[in-house]
Structures are given as C-alpha cells and as structure tokens.
Design a protein around this ligand. Structure first.
Ligand code: DGT
Ligand code: CA
Ligand code: CA
Length: 362
C-alpha cells in the first residue's frame, strides 16, 4: 500500500511575517495585495489565526478587513512575495529529505510519497512526519499541518483536519469513521456549484458520495469527473506524487543594491549565493552536475546561462569557479542592467553511490 503525506504550511504569508517580526505575534496580522487603485484598493492574501477570529480571510477587500478590525491593534502588511518564495524554497529543501518522491504543488504545499521510507507502516510514517515538522520548526520557526494517508486526496483532506500545527493519520480503518462524515466540499475540486448539485441528489457527506450510484454521477458530471469524485470519496484515487522540477534543483537569489552590469559589483553577491548553495548541497547529501546563473534585468525580463559538468560537485570553490566563468558570458549577452541575480544547481545526485569522493571530502 502507498503511504502519501500532504504538507501545508499554516497561514503561510502571515506566518512568514511573524517570523521576521516577533512583535506581531498574538496580534491580528493581515497580508495585503494592494491593487494600486486608491490607497486601500486590493484584497487580503491571507491573515493569521488571530485575525481570522474577527472574520478576516483570504480574498476579502482590504477595506472590509479594516472594518472588521476597527477597534483592534492590527497589522496590515503589503505582501512580500519574493521573501515568501525564498522561505518556501528553504522549507521544501528540508521536506525533500523526508520523501522518496516530492511533488511541490504551490509555495506552501507539497505531496510526499513516503511509502518505502516508512516501510508501509503508518506509525513509522507518523514519526517520520513528526520529525520533519520539528526540523522545519527548529530551522525556520514555521508550523505546518500534515496529513498522512493511503491516497493523495485523503492525505490532502487530512492535512486540513487539525489546523494549525496538525498531524493527522488516516489509515484504511479510519476512512469510514473520520472521513466519510465530512461534507462533500472537503474534497479538493468540489466547489460551490458541484456541492449544490450533489446536495440536491441527497449527497451531503463524503460517505454519501462513496455509496452513490456511479451511473447517476456519470450522467450528471461525465465519466471523467464522476470517476474522480467516486474514487476520491472511496480513498481509491491512484494518483501518485510526481517529482516536480523545483525539487530537482536548488537556487538562491539576491537583489543587487543598484542595477548594474559591472562584473566587480555583481561577483560578491554570487560568491555569497554559491556559499549558501554549497552548504545546502552538503546538508542534504547531494552533488550537482549542473550550475546556472540567471539575471533578472531592470525591465524584469530574465537571461540565463547554464553549464553541465563532467564531475558532480558540492564544494563552494567548484561552484563559484563555474559561476565566475558564466558571469562574463551573461553580462555580454545583456544590453540592460541587472537588477537581481540567482545561482542555481541542477542535475542533483545523492552523495552515496557517487564513486569519486573527491568532492565529498573537500
Ligand atoms: P492555512 O493553510 O489555512 O493555515 O492558511 P494559508 O494562508 O496558508 O492558506 P493557503 O494554504 O490556502 O494559501 C497559501 C498562501 O497562498 C497564503 O498564505 C497566501 C496565498 N493565498 C491564498 N489565498 C489567496 C488569495 O485569495 N489571494 C492571494 N493573493 N493570495 C492567496
Ligand atoms: Ca497553507
Ligand atoms: Ca496551501
């Protein structure tokens, strides 16, 4: 049997802001996407659980959130997406260590196949995921919620059952008692319209859906959607986590103090990024067979240069050496100033199983 885990970081953007500024803790924190139309135009991206008690949630107008929090000391913070992205990448690098296969689905969410790592044992799977949660908390001070089950859909539902900081296991024998009583709309993909149609058929819970007549469902939703709904409710969806591109590489980005095309100005940033990446490779027991540089230019277009290596590397010196080779080529390709620069390593291999240990010991 497969064991799949779903990790979802709690109130992600707002929690990042709390980590970066501990004064925010225990006060309502609302992360805003300002539209640029008027001073207060825009919507709430997310908020912490203190703010949720006042009725604030993702998607509502900022003006509405301000009303809800009128007489309260609350923080409204413009979203800093680049920062959340960096934090996300670091978290996913921790998560990767705990998975046979990792599929990153969004900035704050991933599916892990942990079948062989947990030896198909739900107790071992639970311990493994508890250790992962602890490491994420220790290193990044972030909490997350994890669901563990035998199907992807049930793992996702389980991740939401005890939020925040939850860890919920749904073994096959728990399906009927813990999942079937839930409302159908807890199944990912069932929006208000599908819910309404199902409810009219008398299908209110996931259990109702599991027991529903498949022919009736096919008539209404078509074969593909009907099959998905039915298998999801029965915990029989067979979709396994698929290794995502992001999880096959590490990258680090820096914003330059001033836009520039000067090699001398850019190099120190690259040196720092290479140090950081080398450390990450070593911490995760990986070697890289490719190194790449990407520049984000002043008009926000991007330019890249990659190099594939004969020997996999993880040392700062080797990575920096390649980056130093690529930088002049990247600069000569550009007729605009660089605004940001990133270093990336890809084609990762595990240290174990690599014959030449030269890099390992350096
Ligand atoms: P949670 O998981 O319920 O504890 O709270 P979040 O905030 O982590 O919610 P989630 O997992 O649905 O979304 C992850 C991040 O994606 C969230 O921190 C901000 C962003 N996000 C979610 N919904 C919206 C939205 O409606 N608009 C915008 N701009 N961003 C959103
Ligand atoms: Ca989340
Ligand atoms: Ca999410």
């Amino acid at each position: 049997m497969k064991i799949i885990a779903c990790i979802d970081l709690d109130y992600f953007y707002a929690q990042c802001e709390e980590v970066l500024n501990p004064d925010l803790k225990n006060k309502p924190v609302v992360v805003c996407m300002y539209s640029g139309r008027g001073k207060e135009g825009g919507a709430v991206a997310t908020c912490n659980y203190v703010a949720r008690k006042y009725g604030v949630k993702s998607g509502i107008a900022i003006t509405r959130a301000k009303q809800l929090l009128k007489n309260v000391e609350a923080y409204f913070i413009p979203a800093r997406l680049e920062l959340y992205d960096q934090i996300s990448q670091r978290v996913m690098e921790i998560v990767k260590k705990y998975a046979d296969t990792l599929e990153i689905v969004s900035v704050d969410e991933a599916f892990l196949d942990i079948t062989s790592r947990s030896e198909e044992d739900f107790n071992k799977a639970e311990n493994l995921m508890r250790r992962m949660k602890e490491e994420i908390y220790e290193r990044e001070k972030l909490t997350c919620s994890v669901g563990i089950s035998f199907s992807r859909v049930i793992a996702k539902i389980a991740s939401g059952l005890n939020k925040p900081n939850g860890l919920v296991v749904i073994a096959p024998e728990d399906l009927e008692s813990k999942i079937w009583p839930l409302a159908v709309e807890e199944i990912p993909g069932i929006g208000p319209r599908t819910k309404e149609i199902l409810n009219k058929l008398g299908i209110l819970t996931i259990g109702d859906l599991a027991k529903a007549n498949i022919m009736t469902l096919i008539q209404i939703f078509g074969r593909k959607s009907a099959t998905y709904l039915k298998l999801a409710a029965e915990g029989k969806d067979k979709e396994e986590p698929r290794e995502s591109e992001e999880s096959k590489q590490y990258s680090r980005m820096a914003t330059l103090k001033e836009n520039t095309l000067s090699l001398r100005d850019i190099l120190p940033y690259i040196e720092e990024l290479c140090k950081d990446i080398s450390l990450t490779l070593k911490q995760n027991g990986k070697l890289a067979k490719g190194v790449g540089l990407t520049a984000i230019l002043e008009d926000l277009t991007t330019l890249s240069k990659n190099k594939t290596l004969d020997q996999p590397v993880n040392s700062f010196e080797k990575i920096f050496e390649v980056a130093k080779e690529l930088l002049p080529e990247l600069i000569s390709k550009s007729n605009k100033l660089f605004r940001r620069i990133s270093v990336r390593v890809f084609n990762l291999v595990d240290i174990t199983g690599v014959k030449t240990l030269e890099e390992f010991v350096s």
